[in-house]
Design a protein. Structure first.
Length: 102
C-alpha cells in the first residue's frame, strides 16, 4: 500500500489536534491508521490457504482505495487549515481557537 504520510507524521497531527481540541484532523488520521491495519490484516489472512483469497483480496483492495482517498483528504485538510507540512505543526491561529468537546 502506498503511503503519503508516515506513522510519525500522522501521530503528530493526532497529538496536536487532541491537545488543542481540534478533532477533525485527528479523526481523518485515525481512519488512515485503521485502514492500514485492515489492509495488513487482509494480507495476512490471504496467505492462509484455508481462507478464500478472493474475499481477502477484495477487502484489501477496498481498504487500499479508501486509504488513498483519506490520505488525499488529510493533505487537503492540512492545506486548508494552514498546517506546516514540512514539520506537521498546527498553525498558531488554530491553537487559539475556542475549545470544543471531543
Amino acid at each position: 500500500m502506498k503511503e503519503q504520510f508516515n506513522a510519525s507524521q500522522i501521530s503528530k497531527v493526532i497529538d496536536q489536534s487532541l491537545v488543542y481540541q481540534c478533532a477533525c484532523p485527528a479523526q481523518v488520521c485515525k481512519a488512515i491508521f485503521e485502514l492500514r491495519d485492515l489492509y495488513d490484516y487482509q494480507m495476512n489472512c490471504a496467505s492462509d490457504s484455508i481462507n478464500d483469497r478472493n474475499v481477502h483480496d477484495a477487502i484489501a483492495a477496498a481498504a487500499e482505495q479508501s486509504h488513498e482517498l483519506m490520505e488525499n483528504c488529510l493533505r487537503k485538510v492540512l492545506e486548508i487549515e494552514g498546517w506546516d507540512t514540512a514539520t506537521f505543526t498546527m498553525p498558531e491561529s488554530m491553537k487559539k481557537k475556542p475549545g470544543k468537546l471531543i
